[in-house]
Design a protein around this ligand. Structure first.
Ligand SMILES: [Fe+2]
Ligand SMILES: [Fe+2]
Length: 223
């Protein structure tokens, strides 16, 4: 992980270095000699500082984003095995639902923010399951359960679509959120109480650790 960050950091500094000097060097006789010349492609005079500022901003954005990813991954790493990580994420999602259910029709901004937060949390969570856990379930002769669970993820996305379409001030918003919460709660219960424990019982320590590391890695990129 550190290596990835280091390489990103060095890419970042070389980009801003070359572009910050671009305005001065455009059209100079140095064109064509090595890496410094990347600055001179066909940007006009005066574009350099603007590009440098843009790249600088992007670099700060990247740094902030990766900082957040590492923080989130660190938090996940303290939770434990893959099934405990996923169960903690279920609880987090259900807590967001409860906040949504505590809003009224006038709190449209809050509703939209909570829906965005929920969408992001469920997106990351379902990606971890669909890219790692469900394929592993299928390999372990649990294809029927994996297919059912993955099918339900489709309806989770449908609820998100419908909530976005109906608008945060709709009189039926709370009813829709309640129905949505029911589905997620039932789905999480099936995973936590039936499918995951049955699957985990047959895993040895190495297989279990492998799935945990894959879930953590997928979660890192989706954070
Ligand atoms: Fe799921
Ligand atoms: Fe889940």
């Amino acid at each position: 992980m550190a290596t990835r960050t280091q390489s990103r950091t060095s890419n970042r500094s070389s980009s801003s270095r070359s572009s910050s000097s671009g305005g001065n060097r455009a059209g100079s006789s140095n064109r064509g000699s090595g890496s410094e010349n990347r600055s001179a492609f066909s940007w006009g005079e005066g574009a350099g500082p603007i590009i440098a500022a843009a790249l600088g901003g992007a670099a700060i954005g990247f740094a902030a984003n990766y900082g957040r990813k590492f923080l989130m991954q660190g938090m996940e790493a303290t939770v434990g095995d893959w099934d405990e990580i996923l169960a903690a994420e279920h609880d987090m999602a259900l807590a967001i639902f409860d906040k949504m259910l505590a809003t009224d029709q006038t709190q449209t901004f809050k509703r939209k923010m909570l829906l965005m937060k929920l969408t992001h949390a469920l997106d990351k969570h379902s990606h971890q399951e669909e890219m790692v856990v469900y394929p592993a379930l299928r390999e372990a002769n649990e294809a029927v359960s994996a297919d059912q669970l993955e099918g339900e993820h489709g309806y989770i996305k449908t609820f998100i679509f419908e909530l976005n379409e109906m608008g945060a001030d709709s009189p039926t918003w709370l009813e829709k959120v309640r129905e949505f919460r029911e589905l997620v709660s039932r789905h999480a219960h099936m995973e936590e109480e039936e499918v995951f424990p049955r699957f985990k019982r047959d895993l040895d320590e190495t297989q279990n650790a492998h799935i945990t590391s894959l879930v953590n890695r997928d979660g890192f990129w989706m954070a």
